[in-house]
Ligand binder design. Structure first.
Ligand code: PLP
Length: 305
């Protein structure tokens, strides 16, 4: 007997293939390729002042299509349709009396449902989408002041010739394992290196450090996600006249850095105050991090105008 799907006790709604549902009503087939093989892609977009920022949405859709090219996944929906369905899910979320906060919107796109087996001929449906909308859990101001305590874990970031990190696939098991490794050692989250010891990125965020006023972040070819927040920060640094380099470095550079920060759609710009037990700078967000975070927020206000 179906007991209903257990869902987290948060107010979430789902747009499942165009049907707007309460989260506990949303069900996906066990023959979905996402479930069987992690054979899916995803994007996370958030709202500000209750709406999506058009340029953000465009960047996320562009990356979804880039991910699809990298994993040979044919997206059967049009870009316009997926944006429209995200908007419908958001409107439904806002129509619920609980939805007073900004929204986190996760678009999951599966290769489809089919028989067990890798062959595309096993597929019985077009690509399938599910859009989960729930209140966004951004870090509080206290969390920003405390900053993140990160572990550079032993687990490597996927090699670009394996599951290319440039592809935002639904297969995040390597990152989940990195996160567990860091948490088991008492850290908030993990940073991963490649097999040669070069720092790549965090489990769900890109990383920057500041040394003598110069900003540095790993380059895309090291094998990272082309983070949309990372791109924004690179642009803002240029506008602010902060010299910025994209170059390979090993973990020790972070230990000696004046500042380190993480970037991502939900975290935005968040200070890292400890790496592997080494205190970074004064142990609280540094001046460049604060300046960049303020510029990021000012830029959002500009986009919302
Ligand atoms: C592995 C990884 N790196 C970086 C990011 C940050 O990307 P964005 O700024 O586009 O959210 C994410 C976001 O989920 C991620 O999963």
């Amino acid at each position: 007997m179906n007991q209903g799907t257990p869902v987290p006790s948060i107010a979430a709604v789902v747009n499942l293939q165009g049907s707007l549902l309460a989260a506990h009503e949303a069900r996906v087939s066990v023959y979905d390729r996402s479930y069987l093989y992690g054979d899916s892609l995803y994007e996370v977009v958030r709202t500000y002042e209750g709406r999506f920022i058009a340029s953000h949405m465009e960047a996320h859709m562009e990356r979804l299509w880039q991910s699809a090219r990298l994993c040979h996944l044919k997206i059967d929906q049009s870009r316009e349709e997926l944006v429209r369905e995200c908007e419908r899910a958001l409107a439904f979320f806002k129509s619920q009396s609980f939805a007073t906060r900004d929204a986190y919107c996760r678009l999951v796109l599966s290769r489809g449902v089919g028989r067990i087996g890798f062959s595309p001929s096993a597929l019985l449906t077009p690509s399938q989408f599910a859009i989960i909308v729930q209140p966004v859990e951004s870090p509080s101001e206290e969390q920003h002041e405390r900053g993140l305590k990160l572990r550079v874990v032993e687990r490597f970031r996927n090699h670009p010739n394996a599951l290319d990190p440039a592809m935002k696939s639904g297969n995040y098991l390597n990152n989940v394992l990195a996160f567990i490794e860091a948490q088991q050692q008492g850290f908030d989250d993990a940073l991963l290196c490649d097999a040669e010891g070069f720092v790549t990125e965090g489990t769900t965020f890109n990383v920057f450090y500041v040394r003598r006023g110069i900003l540095c972040t790993p380059p895309l070819p090291v094998g990272i996600l082309d983070g949309i927040t990372r791109r924004t920060i690179l642009g803002l640094a240029e506008t602010l006249g902060i010299e910025c380099r994209e170059s390979h470095f090993q973990r020790e550079r972070l230990y000696e850095a004046d500042e380190v920060f993480a970037t991502g759609t939900v975290k935005e710009v968040m200070a890292v105050t400890q790496v592997d037990g080494h205190r970074i700078g004064s142990g609280s967000p540094g001046p460049v991090t604060r300046r960049i975070r303020s510029a990021f927020q000012a830029d959002l206000l500009r986009l919302l105008r």
